[in-house]
Design a protein around this ligand. Structure first.
Ligand code: ADP
Length: 295
C-alpha cells in the first residue's frame, strides 16, 4: 500500500498559497511531515483526510482516488486531528465502546475484546474506568489513537500529536505510534524534529507550501556528513559570523551562543566538524528558503 500525492495545490480565498505543487510518495511505515507553523501541514493532512478540497492535483491510496472516492477512503482512514473534543464525564472504556458501536461493531463479545486490546495497546488499560476529564494531555492523545484504530485503518494521520506533551508523555506516545507502522501508512505531521528523528523511516520537510526535502532521514544525514561545523562565539560576534558563513542555527550552550554552519570546505577559524543532526538539516532547509525568499 502506498499513498501517492501528485502536484497538489491549494490557494485559500484570502490568497494564501497553502500548498504549491506538492508531490510525495509515502510507503507503509512511519512518515514524518516536518515544517514550521504555517508551512501547510494541516492543509495537506485535512485534504488527504477528505475534509477539504484541493484546487488541483491528485492523491491515491493504492487503488483509491482519494479526492474522488471520499467514502472509500474514509472507510480505511484513521485521523487524529490537532484538537478534538471528548465527553468529559464518562470513562475511556465506555466512550471507546460507544465509538465501536457507532463503527458498526455490533457483536458485544467482539467489541469488548477489541476495546480491551486497544486500551492495552495505547497503555490506557489501567485507567480505563477513569473519567476522561481527569486525563492528562498525553492520555487524551493516546485515547485519540485508540479511537482512530477502531476501524483498523490502512492510513493513519496524526496531526501535531506531541505539541504540549511533557517528555515522559511524549515518549509513551512514541512507543504507541512506533508499533503501528508495520501494516499501515502512518503520517505524522509535526514541527518537532525529535518526533521524526525517533520514529520515522521516511520524511519530508515542507515550508511555505512547498516540499524542500524528502527521503530517508539516515540517508539525508549521510548527505550532510562533513558539512556541518560548530563554534562557540561571543554574542556581539553573531552578526559578523552570519555575514561570512552560512549559519544554520544558533543555540545557547552554558550561556554562550554556539553556532552551527554549513560549509563544503573546512572553514578553519576555530570551527570544529560535527556529526550533523536532523535539526541541522531542518534548520538549513528552513533558513535557506527563508533567506532565498527575503533576498
Ligand atoms: P501548518 O499546519 O503547517 O501550521 P496550515 O496548513 O495550518 O499550516 O496553514 C498554511 C497557511 O494557510 C498559513 O499561512 C495559514 O495562515 C493559511 N490558512 C490555513 N487555513 C486557512 C483558512 N481556512 N483560510 C485562509 N488561510 C488559511
Amino acid at each position: 500500500m502506498e499513498l501517492i500525492i501528485d502536484n497538489l495545490s491549494k490557494t485559500y480565498a484570502n490568497g494564501v498559497q497553502a500548498l504549491q505543487n506538492i508531490s510525495l510518495e509515502i510507503p507503509t511505515g512511519m512518515f514524518g511531515l516536518l515544517g514550521p507553523n504555517g508551512a501547510g501541514k494541516s492543509t495537506l493532512m485535512r485534504t488527504i483526510a477528505t475534509l477539504q478540497e484541493a484546487d488541483k492535483g491528485s492523491i491515491k491510496l493504492g487503488e483509491i482516488d482519494v479526492l474522488k472516492q471520499k467514502n472509500e477512503l474514509r472507510q480505511v482512514l484513521g485521523y487524529l486531528p490537532q484538537q478534538f473534543g471528548l465527553y468529559p464525564k464518562i470513562s475511556a472504556e465506555f466512550l471507546l465502546n460507544h465509538f465501536a458501536v457507532l463503527k458498526g461493531i455490533s457483536h458485544k463479545g467482539e467489541r469488548n475484546d477489541l476495546v480491551k486490546a486497544l486500551l492495552h495497546k495505547t497503555n490506557l488499560y489501567e485507567v480505563r474506568k477513569q473519567n476522561l476529564k481527569g486525563f492528562s494531555g498525553g492520555m487524551k492523545q493516546r485515547f485519540g489513537i485508540a479511537q482512530a484504530l477502531l476501524s483498523n485503518p490502512k492510513l493513519l494521520i496524526v496531526d501535531e500529536p506531541t505539541a504540549g506533551l511533557d517528555p515522559v508523555e511524549r515518549n509513551r506516545f512514541y512507543n504507541v505510534l512506533s508499533e503501528l507502522g508495520e501494516k499501515t501508512v502512518v503520517i505524522l505531521s509535526t514541527h518537532i524534529v525529535d518526533d521524526v528523528k525517533e520514529l520515522c523511516t521516511n520524511m519530508a520537510i515542507i515550508n511555505k507550501g512547498q516540499v524542500c526535502l524528502k527521503g530517508n532521514p539516515k540517508k539525508i544525514l549521510e548527505d550532510m556528513k562533513g558539512k556541518v561545523y560548530k563554534k562557540t562565539i561571543h554574542k556581539q560576534e553573531l552578526n559578523s559570523y552570519k555575514q561570512n558563513y552560512q549559519v544554520i542555527s544558533e543555540r545557547l550552550f552554558l550561556g554562550k551562543p554556539t553556532i552551527h554552519i554549513l560549509s563544503d570546505v573546512n572553514p578553519g577559524d576555530g570551527f570544529t566538524l560535527i556529526n550533523a543532526e536532523l535539526e541541522d538539516v531542518y534548520f538549513s532547509e528552513i533558513f535557506n528558503k527563508t533567506n532565498a525568499k527575503s533576498h
